[in-house]
Write a protein that binds this ligand. Sequence first.
Ligand SMILES: Cc1cc2nc3c(=O)[nH]c(=O)nc-3n(C[C@H](O)[C@H](O)[C@H](O)COP(=O)(O)OP(=O)(O)OC[C@H]3O[C@@H](n4cnc5c(N)ncnc54)[C@H](O)[C@@H]3O)c2cc1C
Length: 494
Amino acid sequence: MKNKSLWISGIKDESCKSLDKNICVDVLIIGGGLTGISTAFNLKDSKLNIALIESDKIGFGVSSKTTGKLTYLQELIYNKLESNFNYDTAKKYLDSQIDAINIVKENVSKYNIKCDFVKNSSYTFTNNDKEITNFKKEEKILKKANIKYEIINKLTNGYNCKYAIKVDDTYVFHPIKYIISLKNICIKNGIKIYEDTTALKLKKESNHYICETKNNKIKAKWVVVATHYPFFVIQGLIPLKTHIEKSYISASITNDIKDFNVITNSYQIKSIRYPLDKDKYIIFATNSHKLCDNLDRKKEYNKMVNEVHKSISRDIKFIWTNQDIMTNDNLPFIGVLNKNEPNLLIGTGYNTWGMTNATIAGKVLSDIILGNKNRYIDLFDPNRKFSMDKIKNFFVNSYLNGKAYVVTKLKKNYPWYENKVRFENRNGVNVGIYTDEKGNEHIVRNLCPHMKCSLIFNMKDKTWDCPCHGSRFDIDGNVVEGPSVYGIKVKEKR
Ligand SMILES: Cc1cc2nc3c(=O)[nH]c(=O)nc-3n(C[C@H](O)[C@H](O)[C@H](O)COP(=O)(O)OP(=O)(O)OC[C@H]3O[C@@H](n4cnc5c(N)ncnc54)[C@H](O)[C@@H]3O)c2cc1C
């Protein structure tokens, strides 16, 4: 059983070189996940001079750890949007998701992209009588929007099901194969892509931006921040408008071939992507929780593995985790981050539906740059007005993040550390020390450079994890996942 995502296994992609000089461009895209690559792809036929920088490898961020579904049936999202906003907002979001699926479909066909793109059906189901009223509301919205659906009370996978909504025109694909194909088309069209290049700072200077990397500077008229979680705090105040949700995923060998996906609506979400062919994997995601909860990550992994062994397959080949940004009002943030800076754009907050939302973000962000009209600019406007959910979730999530901040400052040791982790103050610096299997000590600063939260140790992945905003570091203090762009080595300068 490998502790990594199925999608990166066996991928051989030629690396792009890192940035080795100062450059000046019209558009700088920071981050090469599906958002960044889709934006670059949509700008490829313009006359603009475009560069994309990626701190790791293109596509190997959150986009490489999904379940790879392209669906507009997203739990009971339309019901949430209608009650928080109105029917028109819910309908517009629905249209945006269908448009996103069609964009991928067109790209796959036009450029002959080999990314295992296949049509299947999607179900959202429940076993809980109390949820049926909300399922009926979702059904009503789909009906009003002229979407073809079926109501089912039996699933053919043997799961107990009291009520399910089924739609047919949804798809699955291999996210990395798709992203890499778009990347190669971008490169052929003259877009400069630099891997292993991290944006550390972004400054506005008169009518342009200066982005600083470790050794170089990039001057740009437009900047698109497609880094999943933004690496800066003040601009856009994203930490106050979002929280992070984490899930545990497995891919197992099975003979259970089916042409559908299922997802529950109840917390904690369970999601299954069945294989359509023999020898393909069944993907199961479960144990979704807020990042600041369930701090014993190894226990969550074990829970997932036990559940898969019991109900899916004994033959697990890959396990991994993924975390996504959830917005307080259930709509993504795509567009101008701050009204006073119309050339600074962002695409984030996809509420675990980023394959469609990153695709539509690519279209919206490129249309803003090109000055084209786009009917979704207002819908996803990061500066949109307050709504009831936004206010309520602002208080709930701020409280939970604040609690995680305080608790991890006060309580450091946990029984699940099995005496392999300890904390000390060395010369005025709070450090965390992990002792590996060979008895070697690995010492790091126990403070996340992003917003100064204390870290917890993840005994399964052997990483130091921030329970507030999701940064992760390896045992020697190198960044594994942002938003922090700085590591936690004891002597690291910044
Ligand atoms: C369990 C789970 C399952 C999911 N399954 C699905 C699904 O089936 N369908 C679906 O629609 N969505 C799904 N999602 C959601 C989806 O994975 C994400 O919303 C989406 O991948 C986010 O894409 P992105 O481009 O914004 O981020 P990323 O793919 O993370 O891209 C951001 C990139 O920016 C780079 N970066 C970060 N900081 C810097 C910096 N300072 N400088 C340079 N580069 C930087 C990172 O290395 C990364 O490559 C799932 C999410 C979870 C948690």
